[in-house]
Design a protein around this ligand. Structure first.
Ligand code: RB5
Length: 147
């Protein structure tokens, strides 16, 4: 499994923790930055992760900022990205099962480290339920209309 991960400064420490966790699980992880606590702008990292997932055919992306809000909005601007902002294992599971989310977003400042790792594991272990495909097709249509 190939996962692309990125964060801003507010998600940096959480990104490092998640990256270590994924490596321990033998997941192939590409880290697209940021690489320190120094202030940066989250859209750059949402875009990089989104583009890597779509263009380089990664299985998933993970994006982290302070709340997860800004970086999920940014990632969702990349065509083909379905980024879900998740707060617990239930929303992580449903993001895959109902929404076929291909990017997981959460907050580095408002998610406890243990919960974050549970969220990541649950997201990766959950499978899309095909019965929801029609709604995703409607979202794709919207994306194509806006081109
Ligand atoms: C950075 O201070 C913060 O605004 C950012 O990490 C994020 O929470 C935005 O949505």
């Amino acid at each position: 499994m190939k996962v692309a991960i990125g964060s801003d400064h507010a998600g940096y420490e959480m990104k490092e923790l998640v990256k270590k966790h994924l490596k321990e699980k033998n997941v192939d992880v590409i880290d697209l930055g940021t690489n320190s606590n120094e202030s940066v702008d989250y859209p750059e990292f949402g875009k990089k992760v989104g583009e890597t997932v779509v263009k380089d055919k990664y299985d998933f992306g993970i994006v982290i900022c302070g709340t997860g809000i800004g970086i999920s909005i940014a990632a969702n601007k990349v065509k083909g990205v379905r980024a879900a902002l998740v707060h617990d294992t239930e929303t992580a599971k449903l993001a895959r099962e109902h929404n076929n989310a291909n990017v997981l977003a959460f907050g580095g400042r408002n998610t406890k480290p243990e919960m974050a790792l549970d969220i990541v594991d649950t997201f990766m272990d959950s499978k899309f339920e095909e019965r929801h495909q029609k709604r995703l097709d409607l979202i794709d249509e919207m994306e194509n209309e806006n081109e």
